[in-house]
Design a protein around this ligand. Structure first.
Ligand code: GLA
Ligand code: ZN
Length: 649
């Protein structure tokens, strides 16, 4: 018998798509590759409940028994992410109406209406059967609710539920009218029943844009919460029968539809599906891991899915180069993952995922490249078990805020080129490049542990966040924010008196106008004596008390401040009026790190991340390039190689 690592290694496994002789072959191959965990039952509702209220667990029992006999852990999914055909035929309300107003039929997956009573009733009845049957099974290690929740529904049930949600939130229609400022374009409502969902048939201008920010923001919040309510319903059902096994659902990184900070509060452990492309910068993948870790304030997470070699859903599904799968697995671990799981263990022979890579390919033997790389990694994980549960300590926090993401995207003007996630990355990348540890932080979380707190494009804010920021700076923190931040309340009403609204005192400036620059048009900036550029937007700052550290050198606003610094209590704030190019970000990042006395270390394409516990530090050195890298006299990394150095504290 091979040794079994406490790090879960394996992934999605769909034996119901195969004959039994294939299962036996799989078990042998799993064992040889040190695979110890299978996520099962992700899409089996139709098999488990062939007719309403009639259940058949014969096949799932056999799957569980086979895994158990082979000493495999299993993560039990609840199967509610793909609706059975009979359910859609009997109760058409369970399927969605899309943004264009089209009613969906049976087909696809991840597409139930979250406000369908019938869906909720049948889903919770199914989950009850599954939970009763498999709770307390010795090989069960986690529950996996549904799969990749997401999307919006615009059906009549959602519309009715939305009106109720609004009534509860605003109390009266007058309060709502004031909150949304509905006198604009004569939208005054006299009754909650007049409110319609903001899709293409109504007040949505295109999927991203909104006539009424307040309405569209509330609809996004409502849909995110509706799906979260579905998650909670299943979670609570499982908890009735199983008091202790962790319950999760697989998230998707920077995924716009769901406010994952709200979701994180309800999940026992975060799990997520990481699918970088061949040309995804490694720092972007790191940012996604840090975001997922941030949802539960630094608690280690599960890498629930990654492809061993290639996806099928991108325009060009390149293979991961030799060594890259292992490198990306180590990268996930370095940033806080306590498992390495794949989609999937055996490649489907049909369906739209037949060309999605898997540990066991269509070829099917142990000879394939990716199988061999997997087996090698499986063996290496045996030596890394003590890293499980260790934490990452960061002195820099970057706020990630779904409200601001939605708000920015809904805006009509000032520029269509604004991309919230890219703007967060603009701040993340140079810090990651300098191997500075970063937390992605939610607005409800504790800021006091950071020396630097960055709020890029934080368009939506309120008094509560403002008070927290003021406290942070008063106590000595360095607060960095930029154009389009601090501008609007939760209903998209702009704070008057100059941007950044509630943060004017904190930043010691006020902004009068914002220029939008064409794609080939840059604003020249002198930043701390260096010639850099600003792109996309340029704020025209009316300086009050702050110290300009960057000045525009072109346009009609040449000579006016572009970047300002301001002392507030024991700390300082930095307002960046434009979106600085790479060189500008580099100058700014060095300046901030020096100010905060945070050390940096740049080795081109080498990422250094530390996980630690009270006794030891585990320093991951990861070579993201195909060249050999010399770190010091003792440490050399081959192409795509990771080495972990254990240091006593
Ligand atoms: C998602 C899903 C899986 C599978 C993979 C393919 O992550 O959860 O079921 O479709 O994508 O990449
Ligand atoms: Zn609906």
């Amino acid at each position: 018998m091979n040794k079994k690592s406490s790090i879960w290694f394996g992934g999605d496994y769909n034996p119901e798509q195969w004959e039994k002789d294939v299962w036996n072959k799989d078990m042998r191959l799993f064992r040889q590759a040190y695979i110890n965990t299978a996520t099962i039952n992700v899409f089996s509702w139709a098999l488990l409940e062939p007719k309403e209220g009639e259940y058949n667990f014969t096949l799932l029992d056999e799957i569980v028994d086979t895994l158990t006999k082979n000493q495999m852990n299993f993560i039990m999914a609840t199967s509610t992410a793909a609706l059975p055909a009979w359910l859609c035929r009997q109760y058409p309300e369970v399927t969605r109406v899309d943004y264009t107003g089209k009613k969906k039929k049976f087909g696809g997956r991840h597409n139930h209406c979250p406000n369908s009573e019938k869906f909720r009733e049948r889903a919770s009845a199914l989950v009850k059967q599954i939970a009763k049957r498999y709770a307390n099974h010795p090989n069960l290690v986690a529950w996996h609710v549904s799969n990749e929740y997401g999307g919006n529904c615009y059906c009549e049930n959602c519309e009715k539920a939305f009106r109720q949600w609004l009534k509860k939130k605003y109390g009266s229609i007058d309060v709502l009218n004031r909150a949304w400022n509905t006198n604009f374009w004569g939208h005054t409502f006299y009754d909650f029943d007049e409110i319609v969902v903001p899709n293409a048939l109504a007040d949505g201008m295109s999927c991203e844009k909104a006539v009424f920010g307040g309405l569209s923001l509330d609809y996004r919040r409502f849909q995110s919460q509706s799906l979260l309510d579905n998650y909670k319903m299943e979670r609570d059902m499982i908890r009735k029968y199983d008091s202790h096994t962790p319950i999760t659902t697989n998230l998707m990184g920077a995924f716009k539809d769901l406010d994952y900070f709200e979701w994180g509060k309800e999940m026992d452990v975060i799990s997520w599906d990481s699918y970088p492309k061949l040309d995804t910068p490694y720092a972007y993948t790191s940012m996604m891991h840090d975001l997922m870790r941030g949802l539960k304030e630094g608690k280690p997470f599960l890498l629930m899915e990654q492809t061993p070699n290639q996806q099928n859903w991108q325009p060009n599904n390149s293979l991961k180069r030799p060594g890259v799968m292992a490198l990306q697995s180590m990268q996930a671990m370095a940033h806080g993952a306590d498992s390495i799981l794949y989609f999937q263990l055996r490649q489907s022979k049909n369906g739209c995922e037949k060309f999605h890579g898997a540990v066991i390919s269509h070829e099917g033997s142990a000879e394939g490249r990716i199988y061999r790389e997997t087996a090698k990694l499986g063996e290496e994980l045996l030596d890394l078990q003590e890293i499980k549960g260790t934490k990452i300590k960061a002195e820099v926090g970057i706020l990630f805020d779904w409200d601001s993401w939605w708000g920015i995207d809904m805006n009509v003007g000032p520029s269509n080129r604004l991309d919230y996630v890219k703007e967060v990355y603009r701040y993340y990348e140079p810090l990651n490049h300098r191997n500075v540890a970063i937390d992605l932080v939610g607005k409800d979380q504790d800021f006091s542990k950071y020396k630097i707190l960055i709020l890029p494009l934080t368009y939506i804010c309120d008094q509560e966040l403002t008070a927290k920021l003021e406290q942070f700076v008063r106590d000595g923190g360095i607060f960095v924010t930029n154009v389009m931040s601090g501008m609007a309340d939760k209903n998209d009403n702009i704070y008057l008196g100059g941007y950044p609204g509630l943060w004017r005192d904190l930043c010691g400036i006020k902004v009068d106008e914002i220029d939008a620059l064409f794609p080939d048009h840059f604003a020249k900036v002198d930043l701390l004596g260096k010639k850099v550029k600003g792109e996309i937007l340029a704020a025209l700052i009316l300086n009050r008390d702050a110290q300009p550290i960057g000045v525009y050198e072109s346009e009609f606003y040449a000579g006016t401040p572009a970047v300002c610094e301001h002392s507030f209590g024991l700390g300082q704030s930095v307002y960046v009026g434009t979106l600085l190019d790479d060189q500008g970000m580099s100058v700014l990042t060095d300046y901030l790190l020096e100010k905060a006395q945070i050390s940096q270390r740049v080795i081109e394409n080498v990422e250094i991340v530390t996980r630690e516990n009270t006794e030891y530090r585990y320093v991951f050195y990861m070579n993201h390039s195909d060249e050999t890298k010399k770190i010091n006299n003792k440490l050399v990394l081959g192409p795509y190689e990771t080495k972990i150095v254990k240091e006593k504290k």
